[in-house]
Design a protein around this ligand. Structure first.
Ligand code: HEM
Length: 596
């Protein structure tokens, strides 16, 4: 056991590793918060980070949780703030005792030296993000050239081929990083992730929200610990309700999308290279139905004027996505100076904030009217926005961050997934024909419950997400020491799981590079290993918040498209590139050929 001993007050380092560690721990129930730790946290923060971190740190672990060897590991450099003292040994399992130590985990030596170099540099980042690792991995190969998931996956793959299935990188900004890809290793991480899993953050979005705009919460994607759990428990049933309520509106958006294709395709029935934007519009229309209970007219048959609200929202979303990618890739200089990428991020996030805020105010007005009896209050007709607003403890700005996360993560993820699914079907006419056969037999008026029953459609969606997942790498910070490949990986270590690599391995999927939806009709594919070999929605408590909604939207739009068109594609291969999430690297010049 350990005891907290000294807490110097002069520490100036922002302590993200500690923040992560708090939530990576098997955290206590909120009422068990430890006042000692809260004090220590406040004392140890630099003034610049205090506003952002104290709120979260106040939910920190009890002294019981600080009793671990990794706390020692993370916080013991001489300039750090907590000394821990061993009181009693922690009982270890037989397997743990016989395991190989963390120091024996192989990894590139060059990074070890780089790590030494970084330790002399004042803290450059508050954490090792996936993008920082991408940067490091890419630095030798492509200084100055574009980062892409393809090249990073290739580098991940090379590291794993060279050093074995567990590779250790000595992190420059704090904790070490371990790269894994095997399903059984992913399973070990997820089975031990505890109640409050922690993944890599988007530092720039966190800074924008918590420090720059001084919101209280960073949004569900970025939050951890009891506050995050409370928020998720609140959102999940609301979302479920919205899926039921908004089904008709989503269906309408899918119909508008097909009509829009008829308008924009040329004489050869080919859509313009900007087709990606049309997919974004469809995804935004669905998202606004779900979150704001409004149709904003993204798919207006006459197109959008540049100053219209939907056009500005799209501009905000695209601009923010791009700015986040630029801020998160490479050195985080925006933490010290206002870089162009940071300025762009503020500009575009402000655009989205302003518009969504307007609807929040409208929802507040409508709730006031309902409360005062001016309007009839029908609980089933309450939107996600209103449901969140009436929850105790939710501020309008908290609701704002929820909706913004859904837009940023959800619209990007679903747009890219649809783009790749259309591509795979266009490239595989046999699969497309088989799917059309299933669609023809389905009821004309498709209900929400009909979609999961369309087994080939579901198989096509799974197969496309296996080949091109929007998040090809998942990340976690370990909440306790775990055994992976007989190495003992300590608590607090940052894990990158290249799930996409395991999805492309022959040992898990025969003919792995090919689009073969039929494989998912085989009942063996439901086996545990297959589950961890393809994880497009992540896993565990921090898995995708809106999987059901996403699956429903994708299925519905594909049914609508295939009923009307046969889809073709006659250009070069489309691969994934890194744009916040993995996205298509070429114009989506599909041919939508009328069926009748
Ligand atoms: C095909 C579409 C989608 C895919 C493949 C996808 C995938 C993912 C993945 C891999 C994660 C991280 C999981 C982890 O770390 O274990 C995630 C998280 C998340 N997704 Fe999705 N997503 C999709 C659509 C959506 C949509 C439509 C929304 C919003 C309406 C959404 C909202 C979120 C949120 C808020 C999180 C963070 C959850 C948390 O940290 O608690 N996603 N998604």
């Amino acid at each position: 056991m350990f005891r907290l001993k000294t807490l110097p007050t002069n520490c100036i380092r922002p302590l993200i590793s500690i923040k992560w560690l708090n939530y990576a721990s098997e955290a206590p129930k909120p009422q068990e918060r430890n006042p000692i730790h809260e004090t220590s946290t406040t004392l140890s923060m630099s003034s610049s980070d205090a506003s952002s971190t104290v709120t979260q740190m106040s939910q920190g672990p009890s002294t019981a949780e600080i009793k671990s060897r990794k706390v020692d590991y993370i916080v013991n450099p001489p300039d750090m703030f907590i000394k821990v003292e061993h009181l009693e040994p922690i009982p270890e399992s037989e397997a743990m005792r016989k395991s190989l130590s963390f120091d024996e985990v192989p990894g590139p030596k060059a990074l070890r030296h780089l790590a030494k170099f970084w330790s002399f540099v004042p803290v450059m980042g508050t954490q090792v993000t996936a993008s920082a690792i991408q940067y490091l991995l890419s630095a030798g190969k492509i200084f100055g050239s574009q980062l892409s998931w393809g090249s990073n996956l290739w580098l991940f793959s090379r590291l794993l081929d060279e050093y074995g299935p567990v590779v250790r990188l000595h992190g420059p900004f704090g904790g070490d990083v371990v790269i894994l890809s095997r399903p059984e290793h992913a399973s070990a991480v997820f089975q031990n992730e505890g109640r409050y899993p922690v993944r890599s953050s988007l530092d720039c979005v966190e800074k924008y929200r918590l420090q720059f705009r001084r919101y209280k919460q960073a949004g569900p994607f970025l939050m951890y610990g009891p506050d995050w759990e409370k928020l998720r428990e609140l959102i999940e049933p609301c979302l479920q309700n919205c899926i039921v309520q908004q089904y008709d509106q989503i269906e309408k958006s899918c119909d508008e999308f097909t009509t829009r294709i008829l308008r924009i395709r040329n004489r050869q029935e080919e859509v313009p290279p900007t087709f990606r934007n049309e997919i974004y519009k469809w995804a935004m229309e669905c998202m606004c139905s779900v979150t704001l209970n409004r149709r904003l007219g993204f798919l207006d048959p006459c197109g959008l004027s540049a100053t219209s609200e939907p056009a500005r929202l799209l501009e905000g979303l695209n601009g923010a996505t791009d700015a986040i990618r630029r801020c998160e890739s490479g050195l985080h200089l925006w933490k010290f100076i206002e870089t162009p990428a940071w300025k762009d991020l503020v500009k575009h996030c402000d655009i989205i904030d302003t518009i969504v805020n307007k609807y929040i105010h409208k929802a507040q007005d409508s709730l006031r009217q309902k409360k005062s009896g001016e309007t009839v209050f029908i609980p089933e007709n309450v939107s996600l926005l209103e449901t969140l607003l009436i929850k105790e403890g939710m501020l309008p700005e908290d609701v704002l961050t929820v909706i913004l996360d859904m837009m940023l993560i959800g619209v990007n993820a679903i747009s890219h997934s649809i783009a790749f699914l259309i591509y795979h079907l266009a490239r595989n006419p046999r699969a497309q024909r088989k799917l059309y056969g299933e669609i023809r037999l389905s009821p004309t008026q498709l209900g929400r419950d009909d979609l999961p029953k369309m087994t080939y459609l579901q198989a096509c969606i799974k197969e496309s997400l296996r080949l091109k997942p929007p998040m090809p790498i998942l990340s976690r910070v370990l909440s306790k020491d775990i055994l992976v490949h007989n190495y003992r990986i300590p608590k607090g270590t940052y894990i990158l799981i290249a799930t996409h690599l395991s999805s492309l391995r022959e040992e898990h999927f025969e003919d792995a590079q090919r689009f073969k939806p039929d494989r998912w009709l085989d009942s063996d594919m439901q086996a545990d290993t297959s589950v961890f070999a393809s994880l497009p929605y992540g896993h565990g408590p921090k898995a995708c918040l809106a999987r059901e909604l996403a699956e429903m939207e994708i299925a519905l739009v594909i049914v609508k498209l295939l009923r009307k068109f046969r889809i073709e594609y006659h250009y070069g291969d489309i691969n994934s590139t890194h744009r916040l999430l993995a996205s298509p690297d070429r114009p989506l010049k599909f041919r939508f050929v009328d069926r009748f």
